[in-house]
Write a protein that binds this ligand. Sequence first.
Ligand SMILES: [Zn+2]
Length: 550
Amino acid sequence: MMRAFVLVLLGASCAGTPPPRAAGAAAPPFDVAQLRADIRFLASDLLEGRRAGTRGYDIAAEYVASRLASLGIGPGGDGGYLQPVRLREVTPDLDAIRVELSDPALAAAVRVPDSALVNSDFAHLELDLAGRMTYAGKAVCDPDNGRDDAAGADLAGRFAVVLAGVADGVPPARAAVRSETAAKWACVSRRGAIGMVILRTARATTLGWASTVASYRSGAMGLVDADTARSRSVPAPIVVLDAPAARAALAAAGRELDAEDARAGAGKIEHFDLPGTLRIHYRARARDLASSNVIGKIDGADPALAGEAVVISAHLDHLGVDASGAIRNGAIDNASGVAQLLQIARALAALPRPPRRTVILLATTGEELGLLGAEAFVAHPSWPIDRIVADINIDQTGMMWPVVDVVADGAERSTLAAPVARATAALGLAVSADPVPEQAFFLRSDQAPFARAGVPAMIFRPGFRDASGGTDRNRALFTKWRSTAYHAPLDKIDQRDPPIDFASGVTMAHLVYLTALEVANADPRPRWNPGDVFAPGPADAAQAGVAHSR
Ligand SMILES: [Zn+2]
C-alpha cells in the first residue's frame, strides 16, 4: 500500500538560505519498480550471495557505484566511490589446538572441541599461553554506577574466568554495551589479565554447542588496519566452555554455576581461584581479502553547515554460499536496504537545491562478518568523524507486511527523536517501542560503530502492528521468517512466505529520506542524551579508549 505523499516544510530555514523544498515542490520520486529492479540484480544468483571478499560482492559494489554516478552523485571516498577495506579470515587449525589443565577434575571435563574452544586475537596466529585462573563474575565494568566486577581481583598474569551473558542490574540502555566480549575484556585486561575463560550458562546460551563448533570451524573475519588485524568479537585469547564443562570448572573450586550466575546478577562478586593452571595451544591459518565500501557524496548547500555530514548507510554484503552450495541471496537482508539507499539518493539528487549539510551515502562491506566495513569507515573515515553529525542506518526494514508503525531504534536516546517524530507524522506512521528488546538489535548492525564513536546513530525497524491495530499476525510472520529465511537460501526476491512488500519498502525509504533531510537541514546538530552510554563523557573515556586502541 502506497501512502499519499504529504508535503511538509522540512527543517528550519535560516536567513539568506531558502529552505531546500518549498511547499508545492514535486513529491520525491520514489519508484517501486526501480526498488524492485535494484533488489532483483543485487539478489541475483550471479552475485552468489555477495560475501565480502568475493567477486560477487565486488560486482555488487561496482553496480552501486555506477548507479550513484548515473544519478549525478559524486564519489565520497578518497580516490573514488570505492573505499578499500582489508579483511583477514582466520581459520583455526583444530589438530593443533588444545587446552591443558593441571587439575585432574578440570582436565577430565574440558576437551577441544567437545566442550571447549580456543580463540586468539587476530594479531596472534600462534599462541602458547599459561597461567592461573581467577573468577571475575560477569566482568562488567559500568563506570556510570561505579560497578567493576574485577575490582580487587588479582588478575595479573592470569586468565579471568568470566560468565557469559548480559549484565543484570545495569539499565537496559547500557546492559548490552557493557556485556559485549570486547567490554568484558577491557574490564579484566585493565587489571592485567592475559586471557579470558568464558563460561556459558544455560541462561546465556542462544546457539547450541554443535552450531557454535560448526561456526568456529568455518573461521572468523577481522579487520586489517595497517599491519595489525583486530576483531571486536575476539579481542583476546579466549577459551569458551560449554555449560557442562563450565559447571565442572566451578565445581572444581567448590562453587555452583547457577548460584554464581545469580550472585553475579546481583553484582555481588566473590573472586576465587580455580585449582591448578591452564595452558592453551592455538594455531590458525590466515588469508587476507580485499573488499570495499561504496561511498557517494552530495555536497551541502549551506556554506556554514556543508562541512558537517549526515551519513545514510546500508550493508551491501551478505553471507555467500552455504556449506551445501546453496546461494544465500540476501534479498531482504540487505539488498532491500541498498535499493532503498539508492531510492533516497535519487530523491536527494532530484531536489532543486541540495540539503544544507553534506549527505554521505555509504554501502558497507563485511557487516555480516562483524560490522567490519562500518568499523573500517569509522576508523578511517572519508569525512572527519567529529563532523559526521548522524548515521541513519538501513538494514532489513521489514517489507513483509504493509507498514503501520515503526521502531526508531537509537533515536529515543538522542535528539534524533525530534526529526523522527516529524518524519513519521508526515507519513502517517506510528512510532512503537521495540517489540523484541531481548534481541539487542541496536548493536547488531552498522549504526553501532558510529554510536561507539560518539556519533548519534539510529535504525528504523518495522513495528508489528497491522491495519486492525493487532500485533500477533505480524509478530508470527517475523518470527517464522527469522527461523526459516533469515541468513538462509529462502531470503530471495521471489520468496513467498511472506512475499516481499515492495510498497512498504518505498514507504520506509521515504521515511529515512525525510528524517535525513530534517537532520541535514536543522540548525543544531543531533546529540546523544546526557548520560547515555554513547554520549562522549569522562565516565566512558577509559573503556572507550581500551576498545578503540585495539
Ligand atoms: Zn544479516
